[in-house]
Write a protein that binds this ligand. Structure first.
Ligand SMILES: N[C@@H](CCC(=O)N[C@@H](CS)C(=O)NCC(=O)O)C(=O)O
Length: 209
């Protein structure tokens, strides 16, 4: 990384943006927050579409003294980029340990978060049966994560990683609906991770109040 590298994170108070913010905080990368007003359609303005033609948040912009800025869309690409920049903190150096982190990270991204988002779209499409099926699958997958933390403090082993970032916000979003009496390890993991200062800062980035 060059000396004068700067970062800007464009986003709003949504799970995808909050995960990206947590990754930057946990990676220790200094960045400027650029709040995008989704309710007023700022993400569809010409200026924003020039940054991300898909009109979605989050977006990370990296600027260096020389060369064009690097623009990264897709929350998971931003998380992985932050982890690359802070090698050792969010992704273990050891390739076997890293494979476990990737396995768990993609478990939460594809089997829990993506299913939850799909259920949300079906709610908007007024398809209650489809929505219920996906919500049930999402909960079954999330609750199965109890086994990941039965012998280890974190989702993918002995150290905090991008797998914990992916797991945390989705768990938090359904907190009140989880059968906590059957998930003692998940509860211990949740309380442990929730106390991290960097994670707490990331959670508040787009929700300062
Ligand atoms: N797969 C993308 C999804 C991005 C996305 O759907 N962002 C939502 C907020 S979480 C958004 O920008 N919604 C505004 C819109 O679609 O109009 C990612 O992970 O970054």
């Amino acid at each position: 990384m060059e000396m004068n590298t700067t970062y800007e994170l464009y986003g709003a108070p949504t799970g995808n943006c909050i995960r990206a913010a947590i990754a930057l905080e946990e990676a220790g990368l200094p960045y400027t927050v650029r709040s995008v007003d989704l309710a007023n359609g700022e993400h569809r303005s010409a200026a924003y579409l020039a940054l991300n033609p898909a009109g979605k948040v989050p977006v990370l912009v990296e600027r260096q003294e020389s060369g064009p800025p690097v623009v990264i869309t897709q929350s998971n690409a931003i998380i992985l980029y932050a982890a690359e920049r802070a090698r050792g903190r969010l992704l273990p150096d050891d390739s076997l340990a890293r494979a476990v982190v990737y396995e768990r990270f993609f478990f939460f991204v594809t089997d829990v978060i993506a299913v939850s988002h799909a259920a949300f779209f079906l709610r908007d499409a007024a398809d209650p049966a489809g929505q219920a099926l996906l919500v049930e699958r999402m909960f079954a997958a999330l609750e199965s994560a109890e086994r990941f933390v039965s012998d280890e403090p974190y989702m993918a082993g002995k150290t905090f990683s991008i797998a914990d970032i992916a797991a945390f916000t989705i768990t938090q979003s359904v907190m009140s609906q989880l059968p906590w009496d059957q998930l003692p390890n998940l509860r211990r993991w949740y309380e442990h991770v929730e106390a991290r200062p960097a994670l707490t800062r990331g959670l508040r980035v787009f929700n300062p109040g």
